[in-house]
Design a protein around this ligand. Structure first.
Ligand code: C5P
Length: 218
């Protein structure tokens, strides 16, 4: 039995990695299975929400009842989010967005030269999708994720303040990557609230309940 705590709400979620092209056969990317974001999308749909999942490349099927928009790069992801955000009540940014992209993508495959030098890849910074959405005048309720390898409390609170988020969810990166269970810690104005170690789908269900409880009535 699943209470419909998000009935009538529209939830926009980013998930998975982004993939930034170097040339036609090579990319820069992050390690992200997409499991956590997809679990949240599934839990939100089961809680009655109308869910749009903007996903980078993953091996996962779209959860039942969820509208998926497939993207590759961070800039594609931002465009897809911008096209949907005005209708969203909640935005949950779970994607592991690549921090940098290659400035000039080669249209042909970079060749290895016998005994030759290395290709020079110039990088530039990708947009911060979550910070962009959180800064909108009519922003939905924004939830961020922070996967950190150490000092979770400090980094998570800093990130929450810097990106101006009502709620940030922390987890320990070595622990969460590709795994099926996870420990989530919620940070909001009231402080720090750890959830127990749970399978990702159950952690997602709990998180959806915590988000629903915090939403303004409407
Ligand atoms: O700064 P960091 O990447 O650790 O922040 C993590 C949070 O910000 C996650 O919620 C992630 O989805 C979001 N993010 C984003 N766009 C970026 C970088 C991070 O939406 N370019």
């Amino acid at each position: 039995f699943q209470p419909k705590v998000l009935a009538g709400r529209r939830v926009l979620i980013t998930a998975g990695p982004t993939s930034e092209p170097i040339d036609p056969v090579r990319v820069l990317t992050n390690l992200s299975s997409g499991k956590m974001g997809y679990a949240i999308a599934r839990a939100a749909a089961q809680a009655g929400a109308d869910v749009c999942l903007v996903s980078g490349p993953t091996a996962l099927p779209a959860p039942y009842g969820v509208t998926r928009v497939n993207v590759q790069s961070a800039r594609d992801m931002l465009r897809a989010v911008e096209a949907e955000v005005a209708r969203a009540d909640v935005f949950v940014a779970v994607a592991a967005v690549a921090d940098w992209r290659v400035k000039t993508t080669s249209t042909s495959k970079l060749k290895k030269v016998e005994g030759g030098g290395l290709p020079r890849l110039e990088l530039e910074t990708n947009p911060d999708i979550l910070a962009t959405v959180a800064a909108l005048p009519d922003a939905p309720y924004c939830v961020g994720f922070a996967a950190e390898s150490e000092n979770l409390d400090e980094y998570a609170e800093n990130k929450r303040r810097r990106k101006k988020l009502p709620l940030l969810v922390g987890n320990i990166a070595q622990d969460a990557l590709g795994a099926d269970d996870t420990v989530l810690v919620l940070y909001d104005d009231a402080g720090r609230q750890p959830l127990p170690r749970l399978p990702k789908q159950e952690a997602a269900r709990r998180l959806v309940g915590e988000i629903a409880r915090r939403l303004p009535l409407g």
